[in-house]
Design a protein around this ligand. Sequence first.
Ligand code: DAH
Length: 337
Amino acid sequence: MLAEIEKLHEEIQQDLDSIDTMEQLENLRIQIVGKKGKLTAYFGALRDLDAKDKKQVAQRLNTLKDTFERLYEDKRQVLGAAQLNAQLEREYVDVSLFNSLKPHSLGHPIMQVLDRIVDYFVNMNFSIQSGPLIEDDFHNFEALNLPKFHPARDMQDTFYFKDSLLLRTHTSPVQIRTMQTHSLPIRVIAPGSVFRRDYDLTHSPMFHQVEGLVVDEAGRISFANLKFILEDFLRYIFGDVRVRFRASFFPFTEPSAEVDISCVFCEGAGCRVCSHTGWLEVLGCGVVHNNVFKAVGYENVSGYAFGLGVERFAMLLHRVNDLRSFFETDLRVLEQF
Ligand code: DAH
């Protein structure tokens, strides 16, 4: 019997060597130590042996069983690792691979237009300033010559917090903050989001503005400088358009003007978009009011300022008639840019 067991040992060794799947290994396990396995059968046969042989054979069987279990476990690990490697190989994803099926964003249309606006002024040697979105009454209104109860405050429907804090209704407060912290000459733009209680075809509660401010010693900055740069800027953005300055009112500038370009839809002939005037209003501007300089303690200076709405520019450039479609994150819309 011992000789047979020796033979079984060799057999097991050979079988294990030739196995290369988990399935084969499992079959072998059943064949050897399963209920009807060869080794199990030898254990069963022990009871027919006399006491002396029994002990010797039992010892040999136990060693073989231990050996088999160890070899089985080793093989299982080797096969398991191989299986995992094969699976990793099969499911390998090259994340660096260019995927032409996925759309590639060139940025949100509002940001594309904003970038273009900023580019112009940066090339003209303006630097960029920013300010907080939550402003106080002083910076958003008071210092801009909009005292409490001034009727022009109604032009801007404001979101208020407690303690005279509010969501800034325009980027003009950055003018004040810049003058409070910088010395002359000042030549800045301030792009950023602003907030008003408004929601319709052409208004959204959050939108973007770009503010401009140029200040230098008295007599060095005139309306002519303002006119030159805005005309040049508007042609850079809208191409070959006519530009006109129309007298208007803003509390923080005197004189003030609104600037129109010839309608980009009908080229000035008159259409629904321009209300048959041939002109589209695109920004507000003027010579900085002396009260604004007073509020920041400036004397003997002169300057101009302007402000524009980025969404309005984007609507005109891309011929979008509902401003809200910029904010609805509808891919069918965004993919067109
Ligand atoms: N702050 C104005 C607005 O919100 C825009 C504006 C007009 C800004 C004239 C200016 C300016 O700096 O001079 O509508």
